[in-house]
Ligand binder design. Structure first.
Ligand code: 5GP
Ligand code: MN
Length: 352
């Protein structure tokens, strides 16, 4: 058996054909992604960007706001336009586009103010994403919540279109980075065998996976590390009977550690290392809003919790939300929500 024969056609072949045809016919292509772009958002966007450049297109990437320093090593990252820095220029590019890709988000609201401009543009719109419930204002929808990253979907798109042979190292590195970050370095949501078949195919393109791991996960400032220590020792509440833990940081907590964007990335995962904890929440006071991150294990739907109390959503085991109000009210809303979910938490942990 030839190794590559075992990759399933997850995207319907006629959709692959339609996307490739649309790319061929388009000149002004813009790739967009969600607010606070993460490794998968940038990995999928940059991989597609490199592919388009290699076939002679001149795509742009516009992201709603800035992204963390440990993702800046990715090839092409310094060519990304940031909407928030120059909304007027970004609006012009989006309004004049003939094709807009929406990667790693399901509805335009997830792109912040930029979402409305995308909605208003007359461009053809292609969604490629792995979140539940895709919006309907797209011409083509590739939505696969069962796939662990959008970057994997970009790989599948190119692979199914017969572009694997011409896939280059930069594209492969970006795809690998997105697959790695959305699965916590392949520690969750990554038991599908084909994920590792795809990784094997990426490694054949000279991806140095250990170097990428180091760039992303061994690249923190000492301040960030001290902030982690402070958070876990001083700002963590554990509710053993509810199998839940909360970590929280006010703005005053953050300032002695010179908080910089991305510094708290991954913090929410730590409480899940505590025995019998299946639901972890991180509440962080940001400028003008309270940002929440949720992680869960087993069948506990942290996306439902995010949607019900914090205007958010996401995946079953990884979700997020926002709260507009005081930090104290956000903490109270969490406590109230936790009580309401007591039964679900116990059920998810196998108790009656
Ligand atoms: P993180 O905790 O890493 O910021 O986000 C985890 C996941 O939660 C993201 O991949 C995304 O699916 C979802 N998410 C994060 N923030 C929000 C939000 O404000 N609204 C919604 N709907 N989903 C979010
Ligand atoms: Mn993703």
């Amino acid at each position: 058996m030839k190794f590559t024969e075992s990759i399933t056609d997850v995207i319907p072949p006629q959709t692959v054909e339609e996307i490739m045809g649309t790319i061929d016919r388009s000149e002004k292509i813009v790739i967009t992604t969600h607010l606070s772009p993460d490794g998968d958002a940038l990995g999928s966007s940059l991989a597609l960007y490199h592919y388009l450049r290699n076939i002679g297109k001149k795509p742009r990437i516009i992201v709603p706001n800035s992204f963390p320093y440990f993702l800046k090593w990715m090839k092409g990252a310094n060519e990304i336009d940031i909407y928030e820095y120059n909304p007027g220029a970004a609006k012009k590019i989006l309004s004049n586009a003939d094709l807009i890709f929406s990667l790693d988000y399901n509805i335009s609201k997830r792109a912040g103010d930029m979402g409305m401009i995308i909605d208003a543009s007359h461009a053809r719109k292609i969604l490629i994403d792995h979140h539940l419930a895709p919006g309907n204002n797209f011409d083509v929808i590739v939505s696969h919540p069962e796939i662990s990253s959008t970057s994997e979907l970009i790989f599948r798109l190119l692979f199914q279109a017969g572009k694997y042979e011409s896939l280059n190292q930069a594209e492969a590195e970006c795809i690998y980075c997105g697959m790695m970050t959305d699965t916590g370095g392949f520690t969750y949501n990554s038991s599908e065998p084909e994920i590792f078949e795809i990784i094997s195919l990426l490694l054949r393109k000279n991806v140095d996976k250990d170097a990428i791991y180091s760039q992303v996960f061994h690249n923190y400032s000492a301040d960030r590390f001290r902030l982690l220590g402070f958070t876990l020792s001083q700002r963590m509440e554990v509710y053993p009977e509810l199998h839940s833990a909360l970590i929280h940081l006010s703005r005053d907590d953050q300032s002695p550690f010179r908080y910089s964007k991305g510094d708290t990335e991954g913090f929410v995962n730590y409480p899940l290392s505590i025995k019998n904890i299946i639901f972890s929440t991180f509440i962080r006071e940001d400028e003008g809003l309270i940002k929440l991150s949720f992680r869960s294990q087993k069948t506990f739907p942290c996306n439902e919790f995010a949607a019900e109390f914090f205007n958010g959503g996401g995946h079953l085991n990884a979700s997020g939300g926002e709260f507009y109000g005081t930090y104290e009210d956000a903490l109270r809303t969490y406590s109230m929500g936790l009580k309401k979910y007591e039964q679900k938490l116990k059920e998810a942990n196998g108790e009656q």
